[in-house]
Design a protein around this ligand. Structure first.
Ligand code: NAI
Length: 288
Protein backbone atom coordinates (compact mmCIF):
# COMPACT_ATOMS: atom_id res chain seq x y z
CA UNK A 1 0.00 0.00 0.00
CA UNK A 2 1.23 3.51 -0.80
CA UNK A 3 0.75 5.38 2.51
CA UNK A 4 -0.13 8.77 0.99
CA UNK A 5 -3.12 7.16 -0.74
CA UNK A 6 -4.31 5.24 2.32
CA UNK A 7 -7.86 6.66 2.32
CA UNK A 8 -9.67 5.98 -0.91
CA UNK A 9 -13.23 6.98 -1.78
CA UNK A 10 -15.02 5.35 -4.70
CA UNK A 11 -18.08 7.30 -5.83
CA UNK A 12 -20.61 5.19 -7.73
CA UNK A 13 -20.69 1.48 -7.01
CA UNK A 14 -22.18 -0.10 -10.09
CA UNK A 15 -20.38 -2.44 -12.49
CA UNK A 16 -17.08 -0.58 -12.33
CA UNK A 17 -17.15 1.02 -8.87
CA UNK A 18 -17.47 -2.25 -6.98
CA UNK A 19 -14.52 -3.70 -8.92
CA UNK A 20 -12.42 -0.61 -8.23
CA UNK A 21 -13.24 -0.79 -4.49
CA UNK A 22 -12.37 -4.51 -4.58
CA UNK A 23 -8.85 -4.02 -5.97
CA UNK A 24 -7.99 -1.11 -3.65
CA UNK A 25 -9.25 -2.90 -0.51
CA UNK A 26 -7.46 -6.13 -1.44
CA UNK A 27 -4.17 -4.18 -1.53
CA UNK A 28 -4.73 -2.78 1.98
CA UNK A 29 -6.31 0.61 1.28
CA UNK A 30 -9.20 1.85 3.43
CA UNK A 31 -12.05 2.30 1.00
CA UNK A 32 -15.32 4.16 1.41
CA UNK A 33 -17.88 3.36 -1.26
CA UNK A 34 -20.53 6.00 -1.94
CA UNK A 35 -23.75 5.57 -3.87
CA UNK A 36 -27.30 6.91 -3.92
CA UNK A 37 -28.94 4.47 -1.50
CA UNK A 38 -28.28 1.61 0.93
CA UNK A 39 -29.77 -1.00 -1.39
CA UNK A 40 -27.21 -0.28 -4.12
CA UNK A 41 -24.38 -0.30 -1.58
CA UNK A 42 -25.57 -3.63 -0.16
CA UNK A 43 -25.63 -5.12 -3.67
CA UNK A 44 -22.14 -3.75 -4.36
CA UNK A 45 -20.78 -5.36 -1.17
CA UNK A 46 -22.52 -8.61 -2.15
CA UNK A 47 -20.87 -8.53 -5.58
CA UNK A 48 -17.45 -7.79 -4.09
CA UNK A 49 -17.89 -10.65 -1.62
CA UNK A 50 -18.82 -13.18 -4.31
CA UNK A 51 -15.98 -12.02 -6.58
CA UNK A 52 -13.56 -12.45 -3.65
CA UNK A 53 -15.04 -15.94 -3.06
CA UNK A 54 -14.14 -16.79 -6.64
CA UNK A 55 -10.53 -15.73 -5.98
CA UNK A 56 -10.46 -17.86 -2.80
CA UNK A 57 -11.75 -20.86 -4.74
CA UNK A 58 -9.07 -20.36 -7.39
CA UNK A 59 -6.45 -20.22 -4.63
CA UNK A 60 -5.24 -16.73 -5.58
CA UNK A 61 -6.18 -15.29 -2.14
CA UNK A 62 -6.88 -16.83 1.28
CA UNK A 63 -10.13 -16.75 3.27
CA UNK A 64 -8.38 -14.37 5.74
CA UNK A 65 -7.45 -12.01 2.90
CA UNK A 66 -11.04 -12.04 1.74
CA UNK A 67 -12.35 -11.15 5.21
CA UNK A 68 -9.68 -8.48 5.72
CA UNK A 69 -10.55 -6.97 2.32
CA UNK A 70 -14.25 -6.78 3.16
CA UNK A 71 -13.49 -5.25 6.58
CA UNK A 72 -11.64 -2.39 4.86
CA UNK A 73 -14.71 -1.32 2.83
CA UNK A 74 -17.17 1.10 4.43
CA UNK A 75 -20.43 1.99 2.67
CA UNK A 76 -21.83 5.54 2.81
CA UNK A 77 -24.61 7.58 1.24
CA UNK A 78 -23.16 10.84 2.58
CA UNK A 79 -20.68 12.02 -0.05
CA UNK A 80 -19.73 15.24 1.75
CA UNK A 81 -18.83 13.39 4.94
CA UNK A 82 -17.18 10.45 3.16
CA UNK A 83 -14.58 12.55 1.32
CA UNK A 84 -13.42 14.62 4.32
CA UNK A 85 -10.23 12.59 4.86
CA UNK A 86 -9.79 11.21 1.36
CA UNK A 87 -6.34 11.05 -0.25
CA UNK A 88 -7.75 9.97 -3.59
CA UNK A 89 -11.29 9.81 -4.94
CA UNK A 90 -12.17 7.64 -7.91
CA UNK A 91 -15.44 8.70 -9.51
CA UNK A 92 -17.30 5.87 -11.27
CA UNK A 93 -20.84 7.20 -11.57
CA UNK A 94 -23.13 7.12 -14.59
CA UNK A 95 -21.55 8.33 -17.85
CA UNK A 96 -23.34 11.67 -18.01
CA UNK A 97 -21.55 15.01 -18.12
CA UNK A 98 -24.17 16.95 -16.15
CA UNK A 99 -24.21 14.45 -13.28
CA UNK A 100 -20.43 14.13 -13.24
CA UNK A 101 -20.02 17.94 -13.33
CA UNK A 102 -22.14 18.31 -10.18
CA UNK A 103 -20.17 15.58 -8.43
CA UNK A 104 -16.81 17.14 -9.34
CA UNK A 105 -17.97 20.50 -7.96
CA UNK A 106 -19.03 18.79 -4.73
CA UNK A 107 -15.83 16.77 -4.46
CA UNK A 108 -13.73 19.88 -4.99
CA UNK A 109 -15.58 21.76 -2.26
CA UNK A 110 -15.45 18.99 0.31
CA UNK A 111 -12.28 16.95 -0.22
CA UNK A 112 -8.96 18.02 1.36
CA UNK A 113 -6.94 20.38 -0.89
CA UNK A 114 -4.28 17.75 -1.61
CA UNK A 115 -6.74 15.04 -2.57
CA UNK A 116 -6.47 13.81 -6.17
CA UNK A 117 -9.75 13.56 -8.09
CA UNK A 118 -9.72 10.69 -10.59
CA UNK A 119 -12.48 9.74 -13.00
CA UNK A 120 -13.14 6.32 -14.50
CA UNK A 121 -15.03 7.91 -17.41
CA UNK A 122 -14.92 6.02 -20.72
CA UNK A 123 -15.18 9.07 -22.88
CA UNK A 124 -15.86 12.38 -21.13
CA UNK A 125 -13.03 14.89 -21.33
CA UNK A 126 -10.88 14.98 -18.18
CA UNK A 127 -10.08 18.63 -18.94
CA UNK A 128 -13.83 19.32 -18.99
CA UNK A 129 -14.36 17.57 -15.63
CA UNK A 130 -11.39 19.50 -14.21
CA UNK A 131 -13.02 22.77 -15.29
CA UNK A 132 -15.71 22.20 -12.66
CA UNK A 133 -13.06 22.27 -9.92
CA UNK A 134 -10.48 24.73 -8.60
CA UNK A 135 -7.79 22.05 -8.65
CA UNK A 136 -7.43 21.17 -12.33
CA UNK A 137 -3.78 20.15 -11.81
CA UNK A 138 -4.99 17.34 -9.54
CA UNK A 139 -7.71 15.94 -11.80
CA UNK A 140 -6.86 12.86 -13.84
CA UNK A 141 -8.44 9.91 -15.64
CA UNK A 142 -8.03 6.44 -14.21
CA UNK A 143 -9.82 4.30 -16.77
CA UNK A 144 -10.10 0.77 -15.42
CA UNK A 145 -11.29 -2.06 -17.66
CA UNK A 146 -14.22 -4.39 -16.99
CA UNK A 147 -14.08 -6.73 -15.03
CA UNK A 148 -11.74 -4.67 -12.87
CA UNK A 149 -10.32 -7.44 -10.64
CA UNK A 150 -9.31 -9.41 -13.75
CA UNK A 151 -8.22 -6.85 -16.35
CA UNK A 152 -4.65 -5.56 -16.11
CA UNK A 153 -4.90 -2.26 -17.97
CA UNK A 154 -5.48 1.18 -16.51
CA UNK A 155 -5.52 3.99 -19.07
CA UNK A 156 -4.16 6.98 -17.15
CA UNK A 157 -5.44 10.14 -18.83
CA UNK A 158 -3.71 13.47 -18.37
CA UNK A 159 -6.02 16.46 -18.48
CA UNK A 160 -4.68 19.68 -20.01
CA UNK A 161 -3.47 20.92 -16.60
CA UNK A 162 -2.60 17.63 -14.87
CA UNK A 163 0.92 17.93 -13.45
CA UNK A 164 3.76 15.42 -13.91
CA UNK A 165 3.77 14.91 -10.16
CA UNK A 166 0.11 13.88 -10.08
CA UNK A 167 0.44 11.73 -13.19
CA UNK A 168 3.50 9.90 -11.81
CA UNK A 169 1.77 9.35 -8.47
CA UNK A 170 -1.18 7.73 -10.26
CA UNK A 171 1.11 5.59 -12.41
CA UNK A 172 2.80 4.34 -9.21
CA UNK A 173 -0.54 3.80 -7.51
CA UNK A 174 -1.78 1.76 -10.50
CA UNK A 175 1.32 -0.44 -10.32
CA UNK A 176 0.74 -0.92 -6.60
CA UNK A 177 -2.70 -2.30 -7.52
CA UNK A 178 -0.81 -4.79 -9.74
CA UNK A 179 -2.17 -3.16 -12.87
CA UNK A 180 -0.39 -2.06 -16.02
CA UNK A 181 -0.87 1.71 -16.40
CA UNK A 182 -0.57 3.39 -19.78
CA UNK A 183 -0.30 7.18 -19.97
CA UNK A 184 -2.38 8.92 -22.63
CA UNK A 185 -3.49 12.46 -23.41
CA UNK A 186 -7.00 13.82 -23.14
CA UNK A 187 -8.57 13.61 -26.60
CA UNK A 188 -11.99 12.10 -27.47
CA UNK A 189 -12.16 8.39 -26.68
CA UNK A 190 -8.58 8.49 -25.30
CA UNK A 191 -6.87 5.44 -26.88
CA UNK A 192 -8.96 2.41 -25.89
CA UNK A 193 -12.33 3.62 -27.13
CA UNK A 194 -11.00 5.62 -30.05
CA UNK A 195 -9.86 2.35 -31.56
CA UNK A 196 -12.42 -0.08 -30.13
CA UNK A 197 -15.65 1.84 -30.84
CA UNK A 198 -15.09 2.43 -34.58
CA UNK A 199 -14.43 -1.32 -34.86
CA UNK A 200 -17.65 -2.17 -33.04
CA UNK A 201 -19.56 0.44 -35.11
CA UNK A 202 -18.17 -1.08 -38.33
CA UNK A 203 -19.25 -4.55 -37.18
CA UNK A 204 -22.78 -3.17 -36.62
CA UNK A 205 -22.74 -1.54 -40.09
CA UNK A 206 -21.65 -4.90 -41.54
CA UNK A 207 -24.70 -6.52 -39.94
CA UNK A 208 -27.00 -3.60 -40.90
CA UNK A 209 -25.96 -3.82 -44.55
CA UNK A 210 -26.59 -7.57 -44.59
CA UNK A 211 -23.02 -8.48 -45.41
CA UNK A 212 -23.10 -11.37 -42.92
CA UNK A 213 -24.99 -12.70 -39.92
CA UNK A 214 -24.09 -11.63 -36.39
CA UNK A 215 -22.59 -15.07 -35.72
CA UNK A 216 -20.50 -14.89 -38.89
CA UNK A 217 -19.19 -11.40 -38.06
CA UNK A 218 -18.21 -12.46 -34.54
CA UNK A 219 -16.62 -15.70 -35.77
CA UNK A 220 -14.49 -13.87 -38.34
CA UNK A 221 -13.07 -11.57 -35.68
CA UNK A 222 -12.63 -14.34 -33.11
CA UNK A 223 -10.97 -16.94 -35.27
CA UNK A 224 -9.45 -14.64 -37.87
CA UNK A 225 -8.05 -11.95 -35.58
CA UNK A 226 -7.70 -14.00 -32.42
CA UNK A 227 -10.02 -11.69 -30.47
CA UNK A 228 -11.34 -13.40 -27.32
CA UNK A 229 -14.91 -12.40 -28.26
CA UNK A 230 -16.54 -11.03 -31.39
CA UNK A 231 -17.32 -7.27 -31.62
CA UNK A 232 -21.11 -7.72 -31.44
CA UNK A 233 -20.86 -9.90 -28.34
CA UNK A 234 -18.44 -7.40 -26.84
CA UNK A 235 -20.87 -4.55 -27.58
CA UNK A 236 -23.61 -6.48 -25.75
CA UNK A 237 -21.31 -6.86 -22.75
CA UNK A 238 -20.28 -3.20 -22.69
CA UNK A 239 -23.89 -2.03 -23.12
CA UNK A 240 -25.23 -0.66 -26.40
CA UNK A 241 -26.19 2.63 -24.72
CA UNK A 242 -22.59 3.03 -23.55
CA UNK A 243 -21.28 2.28 -27.07
CA UNK A 244 -23.67 4.85 -28.55
CA UNK A 245 -22.69 7.50 -26.00
CA UNK A 246 -18.98 7.00 -26.73
CA UNK A 247 -19.50 7.12 -30.50
CA UNK A 248 -21.38 10.41 -30.07
CA UNK A 249 -18.42 11.82 -28.11
CA UNK A 250 -16.04 10.76 -30.91
CA UNK A 251 -18.38 12.12 -33.61
CA UNK A 252 -18.86 15.47 -31.91
CA UNK A 253 -15.30 15.73 -30.62
CA UNK A 254 -13.60 15.23 -33.99
CA UNK A 255 -16.43 16.44 -36.24
CA UNK A 256 -15.61 13.56 -38.56
CA UNK A 257 -18.48 11.57 -40.16
CA UNK A 258 -16.47 8.35 -39.92
CA UNK A 259 -17.54 8.14 -36.27
CA UNK A 260 -21.31 8.52 -36.98
CA UNK A 261 -23.15 5.80 -35.03
CA UNK A 262 -24.81 3.14 -37.20
CA UNK A 263 -28.62 3.68 -37.42
CA UNK A 264 -29.13 0.08 -36.26
CA UNK A 265 -27.29 0.84 -33.01
CA UNK A 266 -29.41 3.98 -32.52
CA UNK A 267 -32.62 1.98 -33.10
CA UNK A 268 -31.63 -0.79 -30.70
CA UNK A 269 -30.85 1.71 -27.93
CA UNK A 270 -34.13 3.56 -28.56
CA UNK A 271 -35.98 0.24 -28.31
CA UNK A 272 -34.29 -0.45 -24.97
CA UNK A 273 -32.27 -3.45 -26.18
CA UNK A 274 -29.05 -2.51 -24.44
CA UNK A 275 -27.28 -5.88 -24.43
CA UNK A 276 -26.59 -8.29 -21.58
CA UNK A 277 -27.87 -5.93 -18.87
CA UNK A 278 -31.40 -5.82 -20.33
CA UNK A 279 -31.40 -9.49 -21.42
CA UNK A 280 -31.38 -8.61 -25.13
CA UNK A 281 -28.97 -6.98 -27.54
CA UNK A 282 -27.48 -8.57 -30.63
CA UNK A 283 -27.94 -11.84 -28.72
CA UNK A 284 -30.52 -13.09 -26.25
CA UNK A 285 -29.41 -13.34 -22.61
CA UNK A 286 -32.77 -14.18 -21.04
CA UNK A 287 -31.49 -17.60 -19.93
CA UNK A 288 -28.24 -16.33 -18.36
P1 NAI B 1 -23.31 1.69 -13.58
O1 NAI B 1 -24.57 2.26 -14.08
O2 NAI B 1 -23.18 0.21 -13.42
O3 NAI B 1 -22.95 2.36 -12.15
C1 NAI B 1 -23.04 3.73 -11.90
C2 NAI B 1 -23.35 3.92 -10.42
O4 NAI B 1 -23.27 5.31 -10.12
C3 NAI B 1 -24.75 3.43 -10.03
O5 NAI B 1 -24.66 2.54 -8.94
C4 NAI B 1 -25.46 4.73 -9.65
O6 NAI B 1 -26.42 4.55 -8.62
C5 NAI B 1 -24.30 5.59 -9.19
N1 NAI B 1 -24.57 7.02 -9.18
C6 NAI B 1 -25.20 7.75 -10.13
N2 NAI B 1 -25.26 9.05 -9.74
C7 NAI B 1 -24.66 9.12 -8.53
C8 NAI B 1 -24.41 10.17 -7.61
N3 NAI B 1 -24.81 11.41 -7.86
N4 NAI B 1 -23.77 9.87 -6.45
C9 NAI B 1 -23.36 8.61 -6.17
N5 NAI B 1 -23.57 7.57 -7.01
C10 NAI B 1 -24.22 7.82 -8.17
O7 NAI B 1 -22.15 2.26 -14.52
P2 NAI B 1 -20.72 1.64 -14.84
O8 NAI B 1 -20.82 0.76 -16.04
O9 NAI B 1 -20.11 1.13 -13.59
O10 NAI B 1 -19.94 2.94 -15.32
C11 NAI B 1 -19.45 3.88 -14.41
C12 NAI B 1 -18.38 4.70 -15.10
O11 NAI B 1 -17.34 3.83 -15.54
C13 NAI B 1 -18.87 5.46 -16.34
O12 NAI B 1 -18.22 6.69 -16.40
C14 NAI B 1 -18.45 4.54 -17.47
O13 NAI B 1 -18.26 5.24 -18.67
C15 NAI B 1 -17.14 4.01 -16.95
N6 NAI B 1 -16.68 2.74 -17.50
C16 NAI B 1 -17.56 1.69 -17.70
C17 NAI B 1 -17.09 0.49 -18.21
C18 NAI B 1 -18.02 -0.69 -18.40
O14 NAI B 1 -17.60 -1.69 -19.03
N7 NAI B 1 -19.24 -0.67 -17.87
C19 NAI B 1 -15.68 0.29 -18.57
C20 NAI B 1 -14.83 1.42 -18.23
C21 NAI B 1 -15.35 2.60 -17.75
Amino acid sequence: MIEKFKNVVVVGCGTMGNGIAHVFALKGYSVTIVDLNHEILKNALGTISSNLDRQVKKGSISEEQKNATLSRIVPSIDLTEAVKNANIIVEAITENLEIKAKIFELLDKNAPPNCILASNTSSISITKLASFTKRSSKVIGMHFMNPVPVMKLIEVIRGYDTTDEVCNAILDLSKDLEKEPVEVNDYPGFVANRILMPMINEAIYTLYEGVATKEAIDTVMKLGMNHPMGPLTLADFIGLDVCLAILKVLHEGFGNPKYAPCPLLVNMVTAGHLGKKTGKGFYDYAQI
